[in-house]
Design a binder for this molecule. Structure first.
Ligand SMILES: *[C@@H]1O[C@H](CO)[C@@H](O)[C@H](O)[C@H]1NC(C)=O
Ligand SMILES: *[C@@H]1O[C@H](CO)[C@@H](O)[C@H](O)[C@H]1NC(C)=O
Ligand SMILES: *[C@@H]1O[C@H](CO)[C@@H](O)[C@H](O)[C@H]1NC(C)=O
Length: 186
């Protein structure tokens, strides 16, 4: 009786930690590497390629590090994004160390405060998953390219879901089952 009781206790504790692990918010360094907030070196290495390969969820945040004397980050409307119009941003960040929390689902548009840099591609669209959609994807088995720093992963549509979290879940599930088997031997 007692071994089974302890098995179930550890099982539920691990299920609980599994839920907490998968719900954790992430911080994304924009562009996936230091000094990425700049005019892209080539048209095949744009900030939007990086963004499309990442899966942003409500609660995650974006981080920019840049020289405050040379650049800034503007959050703008879609129209201003397309036109690289820097005159009336929704938000303006310019101290060199910018963190933006993604509070809601949908598209966020960011451009460089230097209009000329924006024209040359220093701009990014970040699409944040809705809670319901990401939960659906969370339950669906799917192949899982790494997100975050590795932007060489094939460019997936931002709506592809939180596949990296599925990997975490599978790892945790294996751990749970393994510990369950160990517990059953006692
Ligand atoms: C830029 O945006 C401002 C404010 O929304 C607007 O008044 C102006 O006409 C826009 N400029 C261009 C070139 O679109
Ligand atoms: C920059 O501004 C943010 C708030 O917008 C603040 O949290 C951060 O500490 C500032 N960083 C520096 C280096 O001043
Ligand atoms: C997200 O919410 C926090 C706290 O309410 C606020 O400070 C921040 O400006 C919001 N971020 C965006 C991008 O609206």
């Amino acid at each position: 009786m007692a071994p089974f009781a302890s098995f179930f206790v550890s099982f539920f504790v691990l299920i609980l930690s599994l839920c907490l692990t998968t719900a954790q918010a992430k911080e994304y360094l924009v562009g996936g590497k230091v000094n990425a907030w700049a005019v892209p070196a080539s048209s095949s290495d744009t900030l939007n390629k990086w963004a499309e390969a990442s899966r942003f969820q409500v609660g995650d945040s974006l981080v920019w590090n840049y020289d405050p004397e040379k650049d800034s980050v503007l959050r703008v409307t879609r129209e201003a994004y397309l036109a690289c119009n820097t005159t009336d941003p929704m938000e303006s960040y310019k101290n060199g160390s910018t963190v933006v929390t993604l509070n809601h689902s949908g598209a966020y548009y960011f451009i460089s405060g230097i209009a000329d840099n924006c024209q040359k591609g220093e701009k990014v669209i970040v699409v944040v998953m809705s809670e319901r959609h990401s939960l659906h994807k969370h339950l669906a088995p799917a192949p899982a390219p790494e997100s975050g720093a590795d932007f060489r992963a094939p460019a997936l549509a931002p709506t592809a879901g939180a596949q990296d979290r599925v990997v975490v879940s599978r790892g945790m599930l294996t751990l749970v089952l393994g510990l369950g088997l160990v517990a059953l031997r006692f």
